[in-house]
Design a binder for this molecule. Structure first.
Ligand SMILES: [Zn+2]
Length: 412
């Protein structure tokens, strides 16, 4: 048995409880056996040669989540069209650096909502490549002409390349859903509204009607209790998502108070993706124009959603706009625009996100019995939430007790 002890730590356990100033974390074989004040720490059997790490008064938090990423996309370092210019095999190698950057930024679990399949998830799980634990949707559904339809005006069809799947009837939706569920995806993704980057629609438009959303929700539920995430920016798409019974509304910028109440009643999550704003040099002029309008609305509307009591999880669309590894900047946005306290933003990025990902039994908080996904952050993020966004402050990242990144050069 390997025992690791992090001491001289400020503990933020992710439950929302106040930070514990002089805390100890004990990890046995990748699981937490104690997280709390040093005064109450258990006696350690020295004959087991425990590894003791003095974290120098810095803060220990749970591994963070990003519930909305696209590892297949290059972020601001390139344009999605580059995917069309290389063989498919090349794109797998591009994932290696993105996975590493993400976990080194303190994100130990991601939900990829279009673009990578279960093979990538399992390659990380089996240790073939280093990265955050993945949950994958693989494909994104919409109707013809919707957000998943990447027929571009030149006549080229990029739908399959980006991971889109087109369904125009309930029967088509059920069949495609079953094929994905058979493959073993963790979640289904539907674009019930139009999108910012898609070539032929608008976020105000409907991307899939309620009965199609509801059919996916039913199929996913029947297949081992899986869930559906809906890309929904404008009102019509948000309404179809909520009333179709999805588990999470992604973006949700045009939410109304009435629909906020309905989300709370249904226990649905919101993943507000506040950090994304398209830059003119990586997107078409049409997409940039859509982006500035809709992302301004995102910043205006989030506070009412937080105040309504909707469960808010952290997701960024990393790969599309923010770069891989920029996830924790979203927490600063939740404070700045959403009116959350820094502690509430940390809970959104840990415990609440773990609930959305259906892994709260083993992840999301630092409590005895849970997997040791742990981040050591320089300083105190409850007094400076933006400090999390600076990767130099992410001193150590443990995934199931093993160092995935060690900028602080600790002996562990
Ligand atoms: Zn997305």
């Amino acid at each position: 048995m390997t025992t690791k002890i992090l001491h001289n730590a400020r503990l933020i356990d992710g439950t929302g409880a106040d930070a514990v100033p002089d805390a100890v974390l004990v990890i046995d074989d990748g699981k937490i056996t104690y997280a709390g004040p040093s005064a109450g720490a258990p006696q350690i059997d020295e004959s087991t040669n425990p590894v003791r790490v003095d974290v120098g008064g810095n803060t220990v938090t749970p591994g963070f989540f990003d519930c909305h990423v696209h590892l297949s996309l290059p972020g601001t370092k390139g344009s999605p069209i580059m995917a069309a210019m290389v063989p498919e095999s090349y794109r797998f190698f591009e994932l290696i650096g993105r996975l590493k950057t993400t976990v080194a930024a303190g994100v130990t679990t991601v939900r990829d909502l279009m673009g990578v399949d279960v093979g990538v998830r399992d390659a990380v799980k089996h240790g073939l490549v280093e990265g955050p634990r993945l949950l994958v949707a693989d494909k994104m559904f919409s109707q013809t002409g919707g957000h998943a339809d990447f027929h571009i005006p030149s006549g080229l069809d990029g739908t399959g390349l980006i991971g889109g799947v087109i369904v125009d009837s309930v029967d088509e939706a059920r069949k495609e859903a079953r094929a994905l569920l058979r493959e073993g995806v963790d979640v289904l993704k539907i674009a019930s509204s139009g999108g910012v980057t898609s070539p032929s629609d608008d976020p105000d438009w409907l991307g899939a009607r309620t009965e199609i959303v509801a059919a996916l929700v039913e199929e996913a539920h029947n297949y081992g209790g899986r869930k559906v995430a809906a890309h929904a920016i404008g009102l019509a798409g948000i309404q179809a998502a909520i009333q179709g019974g999805v588990q999470s509304v992604e973006h949700g910028y045009a939410l109304t108070d009435e629909l906020r109440t309905e989300m709370v009643e249904r226990g649905q999550f919101l993943v507000p993706t506040l950090i994304e704003t398209l830059k003119p040099d990586t997107a078409t002029p049409q997409a940039v124009a859509k982006s500035s309008k809709w992302h301004a609305l995102a910043h205006e509307s989030i506070q009412a959603s937080v105040e309504a009591g909707i469960k808010v999880a952290v997701g960024t669309d990393a790969g599309l706009v923010p770069d891989h590894g920029d996830t924790l900047g979203e927490l600063g946005c939740l404070v700045k625009f959403g009116g959350m306290t820094p502690m509430q933003a940390i809970v959104a990025g840990t415990k609440t996100s773990a609930e959305l990902c259906d892994v709260a039994e083993t992840l999301g908080t630092l409590e005895a019995g849970k997997l040791a996904d742990v981040v050591v952050v320089k300083g105190d993020p409850t007094t400076d939430i933006d400090s999390l966004a600076d990767k130099d402050n992410i001193l150590l990242v443990l995934k199931e007790g093993k160092a995935a990144s060690n900028r602080g050069a600790y002996t562990i």
